[in-house]
Design a protein around this ligand. Structure first.
Ligand code: DX5
Ligand code: ZN
Length: 217
């Protein structure tokens, strides 16, 4: 079963608690949480205090996508705030292997995120150590951007690598996913699909989730 992970970046921040409850009731599998530092990406979103505040509202897996430089300075803090999965960018960290071991040492799932132009081949040696790889299908920083079609080739290539090196690896895709391409993403081999604007559009969360599930069938 393919998982849907709504990205809170497109939720109504003035009613975040309400939107999270509606998102859970609408059948979301995970909650995708986009943390931006205004340096690694040209935008600032929200951080630790917000994650801490919303943690008691739901039991859903918190999939924390760190779009920050030197992410390893904050692994402990994000695990403590309630992250179940810590995703950091390959492009933002020098010591990838050490960073992965540190996340796993905190007892949470470890994921690496790749920007669109970063080839999946860079993960060859570390793949057996990972719980998840997140393939960015837009340039990170903003919700509501258009899907980059070559991302599907990356998902397919990664699935083939993972079949050999780490069959239980989860592949996640993030950016520009909606009714028109969610099925193609799943068929390419994505296990977890992030959707921001497609879920929160017009604040019709339940209807939008139903449309995405239907498109997957
Ligand atoms: C982009 C974020 C995404 C974003 C997706 O930097 O990582 O998670 O919220 O939004 P949509 O689905 O609208 O492209
Ligand atoms: Zn994201």
């Amino acid at each position: 079963m393919v998982k849907i992970a709504p990205s809170l970046l497109s939720a109504d921040f003035a009613n975040l608690g309400r939107d999270i409850e509606v998102t859970e009731t609408a059948g979301a599998d995970w909650i995708h949480i986009d943390v931006m530092d205004g340096s690694f990406v040209p935008n600032i979103s929200f951080g630790l205090p917000v994650i801490k505040a919303i943690r008691p509202l739901t039991k859903l897996t918190f999939d924390v996508h760190l779009m920050i430089r030197e992410p390893s300075n904050f692994f402990e803090a994000f695990a403590e705030a309630g992250a179940d999965l810590i995703n950091f960018h390959y492009e933002a960290e020098t010591h990838i292997d050490r960073a992965i071991q540190r996340i796993k040492g905190l007892g949470v799932m470890a994921g690496i995120t790749l920007n669109p132009a970063t080839p999946v081949s860079v993960l060859k040696h570390i793949l057996p150590e990972l719980d998840l790889v997140l393939i960015m299908s837009v340039n990170p920083g903003f919700g509501g951007q258009s899907f980059i079609p070559y991302s599907l080739d990356k998902v397919r290539e990664l699935r083939q690598m993972a079949d050999v090196l780490n069959p239980s690896l989860m592949i996640e895709i993030d950016g520009g996913i909606g009714e028109n391409n969610i099925r193609a993403a799943a068929e390419a081999g994505a296990d977890v699909i992030v959707a921001g604007s497609a879920v929160y559009r017009n604040n019709e969360i339940s209807e939008n989730m139903m449309k995405l599930r239907k498109a997957l069938r």
